[in-house]
Design a protein around this ligand. Structure first.
Ligand SMILES: [Ca+2]
Ligand SMILES: [Ca+2]
Length: 424
């Protein structure tokens, strides 16, 4: 009985051996941490020793943001950069980026935001006259044309065809037509001849000009230089036409364009409380953000779209190499969005190491995206070719923080891109 309860000599030896192993692994990781700390102290010491005695005022003079623009970056020490951007409708003259040089003066030229003269490119078509405005332009269209750029014929299509046919034939006109797309002309006899006219939207036709036929505006302006009448579908009607939009879109006030319905903003969605509602072009998505489940690391949700790793127990290497945070982002784009263009930026809020590395993970997305670095602390997700919709692309941008080539931490940004079925 006793022999069964007590562990055998071999078991005891095994346990002691395991305790030894545990102790030495703890010991080595403890030493490793100490070494890393010592290395950092040395680096700090070196950099302090190398730093030249600076004059009292060792920053570049502060730069004012341009009128109608903004300045990004506040650090005025040598080696740092500030960036300038202009408000919509203004273009930047001078340098977009200026660096504080060692001589404590700024590189480049002062940034100025100049109102863009949108009329220079002659945006008003078909003889319209252009007026430049602060954030755009306006057109006064010539008769018969409408739209912001005067590129569409006036929506109500008035046609008055006057035709002269010999007297006497007027009596042979049919009295009625069954089709809604045919009308009887209005005829009047003057001085022995008959003058016939049609209602707006109809033109006189027939072998003997005896009938008014509806003008098919959809067909007439299908591929005309003036552009299409409707953004989506054109429906010909008797005496006119109307435009229609696919489900998920509303027809705009001009009656020709389609505007996405914001189901998330207007509450027209069925997402639950645990889900996020993401408005997409032509629809919406209910998404649930979940934190990664890992054996060696655990995560806590710190915002509806962000998970951060809990502190690692002891000095677990597998835990400390797991991503420090996982952020989720959702983007909605139209089908065939022109490329190249930057669709997303990832930045390090604070940097501990000496460099950052950005990488794109995730298979299918590589065909359309790439990741590049835009400045010391920022990486950009670049669309390299148009994505035909409908599609949903999942991709991950990994940001690694390094010091002297040694990995200090990894951060993952998961981006889901919803591409609409249409180009609007
Ligand atoms: Ca018509
Ligand atoms: Ca929508």
């Amino acid at each position: 009985m006793l022999a069964q309860d007590c562990p055998g000599k071999r078991d005891l030896q095994n346990s002691i051996q395991q305790a030894h192993k545990l102790l030495s692994s703890q010991e080595s990781s403890y030493l490793q941490s100490l070494r890393a700390l010592r290395k950092k102290l040395h680096l700090l010491q070196d950099s302090v020793a190398r730093r030249p005695a600076k004059p009292k005022n060792y920053t570049c003079p502060d730069l004012e943001p341009p009128v109608n623009g903004r300045k990004l970056g506040k650090t005025l020490f040598a080696g740092h950069e500030v960036h300038f951007i202009c408000d919509a409708g203004f273009e930047l003259l001078g340098s977009e980026t200026r660096q504080c040089k060692d001589s404590l003066s700024w590189s480049g030229h002062p940034a100025v935001c100049k109102d863009i003269d949108e009329c220079l490119s002659s945006p008003c078509a078909n003889g319209g006259s252009c007026t430049d405005e602060v954030k755009g332009f306006s057109c006064v269209c010539a008769q018969g044309w409408a739209g912001p750029s005067c590129d569409s014929p006036t929506p109500t299509f008035f046609v008055n065809v006057m035709n002269t046919s010999p007297a006497g034939e007027a009596s042979s006109l049919p009295q009625s037509h069954s089709s809604a797309f045919l009308r009887q002309p209005r005829c009047r006899q003057t001085q022995g001849t008959t003058h016939c006219t049609c209602e707006p939207g109809f033109s006189i036709s027939g072998r003997d000009h005896s009938v008014c036929t509806d003008i098919d505006e959809c067909e007439l302006f299908h591929t005309g230089q003036a552009g299409r009448l409707c953004l989506h579908t054109c429906v010909n009607t008797a005496g006119g036409y109307r435009c229609s939009c696919p489900a998920g879109y509303d027809l705009t006030r001009d009656g020709r364009n389609c505007k996405d319905i914001d189901e998330c903003g207007s509450g027209q969605n069925n997402c639950t409380r645990e889900q996020l509602c993401i408005n997409t072009y032509g629809g919406f998505q209910c998404v649930k953000v979940e934190c990664p489940q890992m054996r060696n690391a655990s995560y806590a949700k710190t915002s509806p779209t962000r998970c951060e790793r809990n502190p690692c127990p002891g000095s677990s290497r597998t835990c400390s190499q797991a991503p420090g945070s996982v952020s989720h982002h959702h983007l909605s784009v139209v089908s065939g969005l022109s490329a190249p263009r930057v669709v997303f930026r990832v930045s390090a809020v604070r940097m501990i190491g000496d460099s950052l590395r950005f990488a794109l993970l995730g298979g299918r997305a590589h065909r359309f995206f790439t990741v590049r670095r835009s400045d010391r602390q920022t990486g950009e997700l670049l669309l390299t070719r148009p994505v035909p919709g409908p599609a949903t692309l999942d991709l991950q941008v990994e940001m690694s923080e390094l010091e002297r080539g040694e990995l200090l931490g990894r951060y993952i940004t998961k981006i889901t891109i919803f591409v609409s079925p249409y180009e609007f």
